[in-house]
Design a protein around this ligand. Structure first.
Ligand SMILES: Cc1ncc(C[n+]2csc(CCOP(=O)(O)OP(=O)(O)O)c2C)c(N)n1
Ligand SMILES: [Mg+2]
Length: 572
C-alpha cells in the first residue's frame, strides 16, 4: 500500500491501464486530477463539444484496439456524452467515460450542474462504477477498464467530485488481460462437420474477426474450403478486398455479388457477427438471406448466438481461435470435404458475380459534369484512397452509398457509424483514430447536414494538431430524409433543403486547409494532397441532388389523414 491523494490514485490507475490520451472539456469537477495529467504522461485533448470527445475516444479505441477515454464536467458536460456513448455501445468499442458528478455532500439538493448520471447511461454501458468512497476510486477505475475490454463496450466511472480529494492507502492494480478460447469442443466438431459436408459454404466475416485479429485465420479457413467470403454490414475491412475469395459487404448499398453468392449457400459460417437485423435485410430487391442453409454462428458474446437468425450450430468463442480450431479439425479428420468436389464451378460463379457487380458499379459511377454525381465522387475517392487509410463514415445518403466503394486490405480501417446511426459520428471518430495512429491517413466522409454537427471540431484539429481530413458531400440537403419525402410525401420538403455557407472558407477561417471541388477529375488530387499534407483539411465536394435508395423503406407507411384540414396531405 502506498499513501497518496485520491486524485493521484486515480491518475496512477489510468497510467497503469496504459492511458496516454484523453478527450474532453475542462471542468472544475476534476481539476485536481487534470492538474497532474501532464506529469503522468497523459495528453489531454481539449475539444469543442463533449459528444465529440466521446466519439474521438471511440475512434481512438477502434483504431488502436486499446481503451478510448473521455472526461467532462459534471451535469451538462456528461449529458453531452450520451449520444456518442450509445454509438460506441453499438460499435462494441471499449470507451471509458469518466463522469465526475456533483459532490456527495450536497447530492439530491438540486444544486449546480446536478443530475443523476447513473440511469442516463444504464442501457448504453457494459458496466457502471459508482464511486461512493474515495478509497475505492482506484479499485473501481481498474475494474471498469477491465470490463470495457472483456465485455467490449463502453463503461462509466462516476465520481462525485469531492472524492478526488483526500488521502488514501492503495495498491495500484496491474491491468487485467483475459485470454479467450475458441469455444467448446463439441460445437467446434459440429461446425467442422457441417462445413465438411457443405457443397456451397459461404463465410460471413464480421466485426469479431477484426477485434480478434482474425483475418489470417479466416483466410486460411476460406482457402482450405475454397469458400466465398462476404463481410457483414459496415465491416468491409474484415477480409482483404484484393483476395480472390472476397465478394464484398452485405447490407444496405453492399455488394450484389456478395448477396447473390450467399443466397446460394447451403452452409453459412457467420464468423464474429451478430447478424444484426439491419445488415441482413433484402437489398436491391434481392432477398438474399439463405433461409434453408445451415447457419454456424461464432460469437464471443453468448447473448448474440441465435438472437436474430435461427442457427444450427452455436460456437461461443473468439472468432480467430474458432476459425483456426475448425480448420485444424477439417485438416486432421478423414471426413472428405464436399466443397472440394465442385471447387471449379463455385470459383467460376464467384468470378462471374464479382465481375458482373464491378461492371454494374462502374456503369453507375462514370457520369461527367458539374455538380458531380455522388457515385462518381465516391469512385474517384476510392481510386485515390491511400492504401493504409482509415475511413470513418457518417449516416447520410451519400455516406451510405459509399459502402459499395470502400475496400480495405487490412483492419482496423473502417469506422462507420454502425447501428446507432447518428449523424455527426464520422469526423470526430476519424480524429480519434488519427490521434491513435498518427502515421495513417484518417479520412471522414460526411454529408453537409451532418457537417453542421461536426465542423466546430476543425478548430480542435488546428489547436491540437490533428491532421484529419473531412470530405463533405455538399448536396444542399438532408438527403437521406428528403428521399422519404420524395417517395412517400409528394416532394413536400419540410426541413430538408439546406442553404449552405462555403464550408472550405469556414475551414480556412479556422486555420485549416479548405478546398471546394466541383469537377470529378479534381477529387483524386484533392484527397491525395490532403492526406499527404499533414494538415487538417476540409474538402467540400459540390454534388448533384441525386439520391440513392432510401434506408428505411421497410419502416415507412403511406400517409393516412382522417381530419379534413389534412386531407390534401395524403398525396404520395
Ligand atoms: C443525430 C441524428 N439526427 C438525425 C438523424 C436522421 N437522419 C438520418 S440521415 C439524415 C440526413 C443526412 O443528411 P446529410 O448529412 O446532408 O447527408 P446526405 O443524406 O445528404 O448525403 C438525417 C437527418 C440521424 N440519423 N442522426
Ligand atoms: Mg446532404
Amino acid at each position: 500500500m502506498t499513501r497518496m491523494t485520491s486524485s493521484e490514485a486515480f491518475v496512477e490507475t489510468l497510467v497503469a491501464e496504459g492511458v496516454s490520451d484523453m478527450f474532453g472539456i475542462v471542468g472544475s469537477a476534476y481539476m485536481d486530477a487534470l492538474d497532474i495529467f501532464e506529469p503522468a504522461g497523459i495528453r489531454f485533448i481539449s475539444v469543442a463539444h463533449e459528444q465529440n470527445a466521446a466519439h474521438m475516444a471511440d475512434g481512438y479505441a477502434r483504431a488502436s484496439g486499446r481503451h478510448g477515454v473521455c472526461i467532462g464536467q459534471n451535469g451538462p458536460g456528461i449529458t453531452n456524452f450520451v449520444t456518442a456513448i450509445a454509438a460506441a455501445y453499438w460499435a462494441h468499442s471499449p470507451v471509458v467515460a469518466i463522469t465526475p458528478e456533483t459532490g456527495s455532500n450536497t447530492m439530491g439538493l438540486g444544486g449546480f450542474q446536478e443530475t443523476d448520471q447513473i440511469p442516463i447511461f444504464s442501457k448504453i454501458t457494459k458496466y457502471q462504477a459508482n464511486v461512493t468512497r474515495a478509497d475505492r476510486l482506484a479499485e473501481l477505475t481498474h475494474r471498469a477498464f477491465s470490463l470495457a475490454m472483456t465485455e467490449r463496450g463502453p463503461v462509466q466511472i462516476n465520481i462525485p467530485r469531492d472524492h478526488f480529494y483526500g488521502e488514501v492507502d492503495v495498491e495500484i492494480a496491474k491491468p487485467m488481460t483475459i485470454e479467450r478460447g475458441p469455444g467448446g469442443p463439441e460445437s467446434l466438431d459440429a461446425a467442422a462437420k457441417a462445413l465438411a459436408e457443405a457443397r456451397f459454404p459461404v463465410i460471413v466475416s464480421g466485426g469479431g474477426v477484426v477485434m480478434s485479429d482474425g483475418v489470417e485465420a479466416a483466410k486460411a479457413l476460406a482457402e482450405h474450403l475454397d469458400a466465398p467470403v462476404v463481410t457483414s454490414y459496415l465491416h468491409n475491412d474484415a477480409f482483404p478486398a484484393s483476395h480472390p475469395l472476397m465478394c464484398g459487404p452485405l447490407g444496405y448499398q453492399g455488394s450484389k455479388a456478395a448477396m447473390k453468392l450467399i443466397a446460394q449457400a447451403d452452409v453459412v459460417l457467420a464468423l464474429g457477427t451478430r447478424l444484426g437485423p439491419f445488415g441482413t435485410l433484402p437489398q436491391y430487391g434481392i432477398d438474399y438471406w439463405p433461409k434453408d442453409a445451415k447457419i454456424i454462428q461464432v460469437d464471443s458474446d453468448h447473448r448474440m448466438l441465435g438472437l436474430v437468425k435461427p442457427i444450427s450450430v452455436a460456437v461461443n468463442g473468439d472468432a480467430a481461435k474458432a476459425a483456426s480450431e475448425i480448420l485444424s479439425r477439417l485438416k486432421t479428420s478423414n471426413q472428405p470435404i464436399a466443397a472440394h468436389g465442385n471447387r471449379e464451378a463455385r470459383l467460376a460463379e464467384v468470378e462471374r458475380q464479382k465481375a458482373a457487380w464491378e461492371e454494374e458499379l462502374t456503369g453507375m459511377s462514370s457520369a461527367e459534369g458539374s455538380p458531380i454525381s455522388p457515385r462518381r465522387c465516391l469512385r474517384e475517392l476510392e481510386k485515390a484512397m491511400p492504401a493504409n487509410a482509415m475511413v470513418a463514415t457518417d449516416i447520410g445518403n451519400v455516406c451510405s452509398i459509399s459502402n459499395s466503394y470502400l475496400r480495405f486490405e487490412k483492419p482496423p480501417s473502417f469506422f462507420a457509424a454502425m447501428s446507432f446511426g447518428n449523424c455527426g459520428y464520422a469526423f470526430p471518430t476519424a480524429m480519434g483514430a488519427k490521434v491513435a495512429c498518427p502515421d495513417r491517413p484518417a479520412v471522414a466522409y460526411v454529408g453537409d447536414g451532418a457537417w453542421g454537427m461536426s465542423l466546430a471540431e476543425v478548430m480542435t484539429c488546428v489547436r491540437e494538431n490533428i491532421p484529419a481530413v473531412a470530405v463533405v458531400f455538399n448536396n444542399g440537403q438532408w438527403g437521406a430524409e428528403k428521399k422519404n419525402q420524395i417517395d412517400f410525401y409528394a416532394d413536400r420538403y419540410i426541413g430538408t433543403n439546406l442553404a449552405n455557407p462555403n464550408f472550405a472558407a469556414i475551414a480556412r477561417a479556422m486555420g485549416a486547409e479548405g478546398a471546394t471541388i466541383d469537377q470529378p477529375d479534381q477529387i483524386g488530387d484533392a484527397l491525395r494532397e490532403a492526406t499527404a499534407s499533414g494538415r487538417p483539411t476540409v474538402i467540400e465536394v459540390m454534388l448533384t441532388r441525386e439520391l440513392g435508395d432510401p434506408f428505411r423503406r421497410d419502416a415507412l407507411k403511406k400517409p393516412v389523414r382522417l381530419l379534413d384540414k389534412y386531407k390534401a396531405y395524403t398525396v404520395v
